[in-house]
Design a protein around this ligand. Structure first.
Ligand code: SF4
Length: 236
């Protein structure tokens, strides 16, 4: 098939890439599944607690040291060599490079499931919509420090919800966050079965305690709870 136009290179589809690695999915509906992660560089938000600031925070990192343009065909070959059936496209915010996402998702073929991790501020283009098996949408709350108008884009959230293949995953820092999630769920008609809450935390102790705190309020609302396996087990 014809690959879509590249993001930056004129003759070949490329990804502005931060990193790629093989691991297991540590969060959300497909926790524990073997997969490959392809992390796109750059983000359109600036969350205070972001654990991937090397994709966008140029006060701390130099873009040339933490990202590079990689041909999509190289990434496709790398994914297919790994012999796993799950590709996780993450970031940063990968949806700001949709032509590259389309080329990558189409290139790996239907034998490899495609999961996209997104902050939910960008609506998917029709071609991409058809290629993604699971959208893990993480709308940011006020605990991110980002203004509401930047982090909540109604048209994008509605478009992602309408795929019928979206899970909405929220990072919870304290109990007050439940009130915000309740309001977003009501405003955007989110099915409780598609809502996941996950504790903020960069240590096993904090994640374990956080899961315990989330269980009761989540169960009362019919929501799901996600752990963070990569932090509990100190693996990537
Ligand atoms: S949307 Fe995600 S990658 Fe972007 S700043 Fe927020 S936490 Fe970091």
């Amino acid at each position: 098939m014809m690959l879509p136009d590249p993001v930056a290179a004129p003759h070949e589809a490329t990804v502005l890439l931060a990193e790629k690695f093989e691991s297991i999915q540590g969060e959300g509906p497909w926790t524990g599944q073997r997969c490959v992660f392809v992390r796109f560089s750059r983000c359109n938000l600036t969350c205070g607690w972001c654990d991937e600031k090397s994709t966008w925070d140029w006060n701390r990192y130099h873009p040339a040291e933490v990202s590079s343009h990689v041909p999509v065909r190289e990434l496709v070959a790398w994914v297919l060599e790994r012999d796993v059936d799950l590709l996780v496209i993450t970031g940063g915010e990968p949806m700001i490079q949709q032509p590259a996402m389309i080329a990558l998702a189409a290139g790996v073929g239907s034998e490899v499931r495609v999961q996209v991790e997104t902050n939910g501020t960008q609506a998917p283009q029709p071609e991409l919509r058809e290629l993604v098996d699971l959208w893990v949408v993480s709308p940011k709350l006020s605990n991110s420090g980002v203004d509401y108008g930047r982090r909540i884009v109604p048209s994008a959230l509605k478009a992602l919800r309408s795929t019928g293949r979206a899970a909405f995953k929220f990072v919870v820092a304290d109990h007050g966050d439940f009130t915000e999630i309740d309001k977003l769920a009501a405003d955007f008609g989110l099915d409780p079965a598609t809502i996941w809450v996950m504790p903020e935390g960069e240590s096993p102790a904090k994640v374990t305690a956080g899961v315990e705190l989330l269980r009761g309020p989540a169960a009362a609302r019919g929501w799901q709870v996600s752990t963070r396996l990569h932090i509990l087990n100190d693996v990537r």
